[in-house]
Design a protein. Structure first.
Length: 367
């Protein structure tokens, strides 16, 4: 790996912790919630996952960039993370299929990053103190100013971000046309669209704030609520109208991550901010109906609050084996189910892909 003459960069946390490193990506200043992801591969899919909008992504796997980037691996039309933090950034790549280095990719997307950070030490710090905001800068190097900026940065709790990443117009994505699925884009990952297309669904992907009448007119066989960034209670303020419409339609409803949280909120359950989120491709989840454990891809900082659970409303179908977090629900008052994690993976293992089949089976039964 070549060593480049590098500019300095600083990572400043809202609790006053300051780390020095080298600038990568676009020169500038950026901030957000400091998250970490434990995946060993898949940095491009992670950086383009719209659920990460407004967050700084710290990768615990040290070498990031060594296989470059390629259009096929984009989960959205641009990089969505607010900034990137690595231990050992690879300026060069070795992959005949790649079209750009990670450095070029971040520059083209104007994403600021820092490398040379002891990411494992910082993860231990966050796991002890809880999630917090931070700022990365390669232009302003005054530590006190940067810590102050991190302190002043908007808190994730209460933030409505889905409307910032949703598409501007409804779009039809054709599959084999066996089932018509109305999918709500709060930051939908491309691989969710692909998984539904591959299973014979034609999708109408609606922007986050589409009025109910427009959705109703499309006459779907099933409804899908996507993943997305921000606090689910903030998005719920406008989204529950369509979630409730889908519920009352009597058609099968499936939700992933933010979609799962919205479906739970619509039933009167509550969500809470987690002390530290789950982000990685090796989270063990137990399917309570089969007793089997799935290794899953996860990216969430909020979760359904177990204290708000009500047997008459929903049954817990999946739990996280690391900390008992609710990872899946089956609703009692309508044909709907949802998971907090990512069956589409990308990156990650495909253990949970059966959930897409389950949704298709429910639509098949109704037809
Ligand atoms: N991947 C997602 O949809 C994330 C949902 C929500 N923004 C959370 O952090 O919990």
């Amino acid at each position: 790996m070549s060593l480049r003459p590098q500019k300095k960069a600083i990572l400043a946390l809202s609790d006053g912790t300051v780390v020095h490193g080298q600038a990568v990506g676009h020169e500038g200043i950026t901030g957000g919630e400091l998250c970490f992801n434990t995946s060993m591969t898949g940095y491009q899919e992670i950086f383009t996952d719209p659920s990460y909008y407004g967050q700084l992504m710290m990768m615990t796997y040290p070498h990031i960039g060594n296989y470059g980037t390629m259009p096929r691996d984009d989960e959205a039309r641009k990089v969505m993370v607010a900034g990137v933090i690595t231990r050992a950034f690879s300026w060069e790549y070795s992959n005949p299929m790649a079209d750009r280095s990670l450095q070029e990719y971040l520059e083209d997307n104007e994403i600021t990053g820092i490398s040379g950070v002891d990411t494992r030490k910082l993860v231990r710090h966050i796991r002890e103190k809880g999630v917090m905001n931070a700022v990365i800068s390669s232009t302003e190097l005054d530590e006190d100013k940067l810590v102050q900026m991190a302190k002043d940065w908007d808190d994730m709790e209460g933030l409505e971000l889905a409307s910032k990443v949703t598409r501007s117009e409804a779009q039809t994505v054709n599959g084999e046309d066996e089932y018509r699925v109305a999918a709500f884009d709060y930051g939908i990952k491309q691989n969710i669209i692909n998984n539904l297309n591959e299973r014979g669904c034609t999708l109408r992907v609606f922007p986050a704030k589409t009025p109910v009448e427009e959705v109703e007119a499309w006459e779907a066989d099933g409804y899908f609520f996507s993943n997305g960034p921000g606090d689910p209670t903030a998005t719920a303020e406008y989204a529950l109208e369509v979630v409730d419409f889908a519920k009352k339609s009597g058609k099968p409803v499936f939700g992933i991550c933010l979609g799962h949280q919205l479906m739970a909120l619509n039933e009167g359950l509550k969500t809470k901010k987690m002390f530290v989120g789950h982000r990685g491709a090796n989270q063990p989840v137990k399917n309570l109906s089969t007793g089997l454990v799935e290794i899953s891809t996860q990216n969430h900082g909020f979760a359904v609050d177990e204290d708000s659970l009500d047997d008459k409303i929903a049954e817990v179908t999946h739990v996280n084996l690391n900390d008992g977090t609710i990872e899946g629900l089956k609703f009692k008052n309508f044909p709907g189910f949802s998971v907090q994690y990512h069956p589409e993976a990308s990156p990650g293992p495909h253990d949970s892909a059966y959930l897409f089949d389950q949704f298709i089976d429910m639509m098949k039964e109704q037809k």
